[in-house]
Design a protein around this ligand. Structure first.
Ligand code: FCB
Length: 472
């Protein structure tokens, strides 16, 4: 154990004194996603994705922004890896663009594969662990043309894609996440149409979710076989619910909210069933489930990734529905999301109580958007620094209460394409000037790097809670 003899400087983004997050085996990283940063959307054989199509559909993305250039990471990846290394990060979570690595017949596109090979190799040379997400929403458009996630066959095509990627990169990737946020892919993509491919039908959302989860389950044994040294899991967006008023009707509303936002993904994965409350709210929307689908979906995972941004405060809307309750006078991000760090602790402790087979957790996304500007070479994002600190503290409390958390990935390395909000919302700890592609470290990046340097120098004591090195 290390002993702390310096007092942490005020600007550092540090977990509290004694936090188990100080332990050197706890991974600190940053996260990005292919469509949000890569650009080069027609280069080297990359096919069209559903997000390319969605961006050119009038009215779908703010200001008509597209992913054609984004952060130009496809060309600037070396500079970006240098940046990651200079921050002293342990790990980098990125995603692979399916339309870049396979052609329409499912054959490998070597140029696309080479891009990711070079990326993971360079990360490896720098001592940075790769966490690769296979699906962060950019489905090849030709699969959408055959029904996308409404077509059961897409789940099998996903397993083929997982097979190809893990054969190619299986020796160099530390952790594979099959899907990022199936809830968003299914609900925003098929249930309310805010995301690609833009359908708005709850029956579609439920069927799409089932096929996404099936694709996850089908790919697990493939990933394990091709990449035996890696951990495999899935990343879910999670959000705890709280009643607007302390009454039975609102507590029931919270149960409906929880079934929708958390149970819809986690119950199939960890209990091999969909939550009954979901169908109470969406009567008649149950998906078609065949044979041993639920057994496939609930195959054991090595980790669960959770993306946490905010909570939901809800009140009853009749007996079988809920509505959001907007609390006045609370701190909110540029997205309008309430800053509520306690929710991160609460949701992880809730999962620990609910699921006896809960695997170790990585916080795979957490972060803050603000309207950041470069002024005299500097970006003063004190609100983001404060956000990170209080969320580190919440994570520390959950770990002290027995939740097995192995790492924290900040969203995001750099400002990028924020889906339906285009480039207007800035989540990065590195500022991107989209006209020049100049990257500027925000104060939060410096504060994060300061902490990581001091941790590496052994400046912090911690209270051990579990053996983080033991593989699940
Ligand atoms: C998550 C997404 C990520 C990013 C953040 C702000 O839902 O996974 O791509 O957009 O929200």
């Amino acid at each position: 154990m290390n002993h702390n003899n310096i007092s942490p400087c005020a600007e550092m983004v540090s977990p509290p004194a004694g936090s188990p997050m100080h332990q050197p085996d706890f991974l600190f990283g940053v996260a990005t996603a292919s469509f949000q940063i890569e650009g080069a959307s027609t280069e080297d054989g990359r096919l069209t994705s559903i997000w390319d199509r969605f961006c050119t559909t009038p009215g779908k993305v703010l200001h008509g922004d597209t992913g054609e250039v984004a952060c130009d990471h496809y060309h600037r990846w070396q500079e970006d890896v240098e940046l990651i290394a200079s921050l002293g990060l342990d790990a980098y979570r990125f995603s692979i663009a399916w339309p870049r690595v396979m052609d329409e017949k499912g054959r490998p596109n070597q140029k696309g594969l080479d891009f990711y090979r070079r990326l993971v190799d360079r990360l490896g040379e720098k001592g940075i662990k790769s966490m690769a997400t296979l699906y962060h929403w950019d489905l090849p458009q030709h699969l959408e043309d055959r029904g996308g996630w409404l077509n059961r066959d897409t789940a099998y095509r996903f397993a083929d894609y997982a097979d190809l990627l893990s054969c190619e990169l299986g020796d160099s990737v530390a952790a594979w996440a099959t899907f990022n946020e199936p809830w968003c892919a299914a609900y925003l993509g098929y249930g309310n149409g805010h995301h690609a491919p833009g359908y708005a039908d709850h029956r579609y959302a439920a069927q799409a979710m089932h096929h996404l989860l099936l694709g996850h389950g089908l790919s697990l044994p493939v990933l394990r076989q091709n990449s035996p040294g890696a951990q495999v899991g899935l990343v879910a967006n999670v959000s705890p619910g709280y009643p607007a008023q302390d009454c039975e009707a609102d507590r029931n509303a919270v149960e409906l909210y929880d079934a929708n936002h958390n149970g819809w993904v986690l119950d199939p994965l960890l209990r091999a069933t969909y939550p009954a409350k979901l169908w109470q709210r969406w009567q008649g929307c149950e998906p078609l489930v065949l044979g041993d689908d639920m057994a496939v979906i609930s195959r054991p995972m090595d980790f669960l990734g959770i993306n946490y941004y905010t909570r939901g405060v809800v009140s009853a809307k009749g007996e079988n529905d809920y509505q959001w309750f907007e609390l006045p006078d609370v701190e909110r991000s540029q997205m309008g999301w309430e800053v509520y760090p306690q929710g991160l602790q609460d949701i992880m402790e809730q999962f620990k109580r609910q699921y006896s087979n809960l695997p170790p957790i990585y916080i795979t996304e957490n972060g803050f958007s603000s309207d950041d500007k470069v002024e005299q070479g500097r970006v003063q994002d004190g609100q983001r620094i404060a956000y990170l600190k209080v969320h580190f503290a919440a994570c520390s409390r959950a770990m002290q209460n027995g939740v097995d958390v192995r790492g924290y990935f900040l969203w995001s390395l750099m400002d990028n394409f924020e889906w339906a909000y285009g480039y207007e919302r800035r989540f990065g700890i590195v500022h991107v000037d989209y006209a020049t592609q100049v990257r500027t470290l925000k104060d939060s990046a410096v504060a994060y790097a300061d902490y990581l340097a001091q941790r590496r120098a052994g400046k912090f004591a911690w209270e051990p809670v579990h053996n983080l090195t033991a593989r699940p």
